[in-house]
Design a protein around this ligand. Structure first.
Ligand code: 6PG
Length: 239
């Protein structure tokens, strides 16, 4: 049964990141109270750069395990690295212990081995759902994490982490799969800008685009977006 995501559309970026931070802090507090640990998968790309500094406070990161929804096949200090973006905007400012961060070894040439190791790290000492919260972005083509239109990973139904060849993107990627992301206790999308409006409306409407399956999963999904990205949506609450 397809689910309707909750839409939170904000007039300004500061309002948007405060609303998203409030939601994520509440999820962290609930997870730590109930299970002693908060397991989150961070989004990559550029949009979270505004949110992560705000998330540096208000969460007991010593009781968290931080994963990444996806990564580019680059070293951790590369400008393209999602880990680097998160390190600069959240991990270092919040003083999060390195032992609490599970980074994809994007620099390793054997990406399939990297993905297998990442799946082990995600499942070691844990039981499903593997994630309390998956934070995701959205591309103008309807991709999320590194689940791109027309790629084989969209058919992956058992593995939780895989390497994906996205030569047309000029890079190879590592990504969590639908079983990992659709299985999260909670899912949040953070989407801004008019260049995302068509994709967001299509995905929320159930179009055959990679993010739609997660967006309409039978579980809680909240879309935090600005008015430009929400232009094609009907209704939606404001923070
Ligand atoms: C990545 C992301 C990807 C991203 C979207 C949106 O590694 O690029 O995980 O899925 O969330 O491409 O990217 P922007 O936030 O830069 O628009």
């Amino acid at each position: 049964m397809a689910n309707e995501p909750q839409i939170v559309a904000a007039a300004t970026l500061p309002e948007l990141v405060q609303a998203a931070a409030h939601h994520i802090r509440a999820a962290a507090a609930e997870a730590i109270a109930a299970r002693g640990r908060f397991r989150i998968a961070l989004a990559g790309g550029s949009t979270p750069r505004a949110l992560y500094p705000v998330l540096a406070t208000g969460i007991d990161w010593t009781r968290a395990t931080i994963f990444f929804g996806d990564e580019r096949a680059v070293p951790p200090d590369d400008a393209q690295s999602n880990y680097r973006m998160a390190r600069e905007t959240l991990l270092d400012p919040a003083g999060i212990p390195a032992a609490n961060v599970v980074r994809w070894r994007g620099e390793d040439p054997d990406l399939h081995a990297v993905a297998a190791d990442y799946e082990r790290a995600l499942t070691d000492g844990a039981t499903p759902p593997w994630l309390d919260l998956a934070l995701l972005g959205l591309g103008p083509d309807g991709h999320t994490a590194s689940l791109f239109p027309g790629t084989a990973v969209l058919k992956e139904e058992s593995r939780l982490a895989v390497a994906v060849d996205t030569e047309e993107k000029g890079t190879r990627r590592l990504t969590l799969t639908y079983p990992a992301l659709c299985g999260a206790r909670d899912v949040c999308f953070l989407v801004t800008g008019h260049d995302k409006a068509d994709a967001l409306a299509a995905v929320v409407g159930g179009a055959n685009l990679p993010a739609a399956r997660i967006m309409r999963r039978p579980g809680p999904v909240t879309v935090f977006c600005d008015h430009a990205a929400a232009a094609g949506l009907h209704g939606g609450q404001t923070p």
